[in-house]
Design a protein around this ligand. Structure first.
Ligand code: G3D
Ligand code: MG
Length: 189
């Protein structure tokens, strides 16, 4: 933190920063979701597969979210865990129409949830069952069963269906996240 940031914090001018890690398999819709959440002026029209990761910042409900859109491509998955200790919440995106890869998504989620920097810190987890517009997609309840979310203990989680192309479901999802981050930060301070 620089001198100016120190001063801003000292005088109470700075918004509480919430860092949200956005992960999920490739093609689940992470970039499209983040693009929907950003203000209109910073939206990009052509979405290309993320190489490595990119960082995006947006504000919602007075919280500033720093979202690391980590690439879900296999060789980059090992990068995710280096960010766990610095974030305040995790957004996990699942392609609800990709039944074949749901077990792979579950495996990634299980590894994430078991990580000491996630499990030990009781980070709130927002799961997005994305691509709800597709005829073959599973409902968020069906996804929840496949991911065995009922087995989660000591973790505040929420799963909802989203359509990243239209933004349907995203507002509710991020409102939940804001609330959780706020109460998580209050408990930690
Ligand atoms: P990623 O960042 O997780 O890898 P992207 O995924 O955001 O790049 O999205 C991958 C593809 O899925 C894109 O299509 C994107 O338009 C599409 N997509 C994302 N969200 C939804 C959704 O809710 N519904 C539907 N129908 N499609 C979605 P392309 O064709 O560009 O590969
Ligand atoms: Mg991407």
């Amino acid at each position: 933190m620089g001198f100016f940031d120190d001063l801003m914090t000292w005088f109470g001018f700075k918004k509480k920063q919430a860092k949200v890690l956005c992960v999920g398999l490739d093609n689940s819709g992470k970039t499209t979701i983040i693009n929907q959440l950003k203000p209109d002026t910073s939206k990009c029209q052509n979405i290309t597969p993320t190489i490595g990761f990119s960082v995006d910042i947006f504000t919602h409900a007075n919280l500033s979210f720093t979202v690391f859109d980590m690439s879900g491509q296999g060789r980059y998955r090992g990068l995710w865990e280096h960010y766990y200790k610095d974030v305040h919440a995790v957004m996990f995106v699942v392609d609800s129409s990709d039944k074949l890869r749901l077990p792979v998504a579950k495996d990634e989620l299980d590894q994430l949830l078991a990580h000491p920097d996630v499990a030990g810190r009781h980070l709130p987890i927002l799961l997005l069952a994305n691509k709800s517009d597709l005829r073959e997609s599973l409902s968020h309840i069906q996804c929840s069963k496949h991911l065995e979310l009922d087995k989660l203990r000591d973790t505040a989680y929420h799963i909802c269906s989203t359509n990243a192309l239209t933004g349907d479901g995203l507002e509710d999802a991020v409102s939940w996240l804001s609330e959780q981050v706020r109460s998580w930060q209050t408990k930690q301070s």
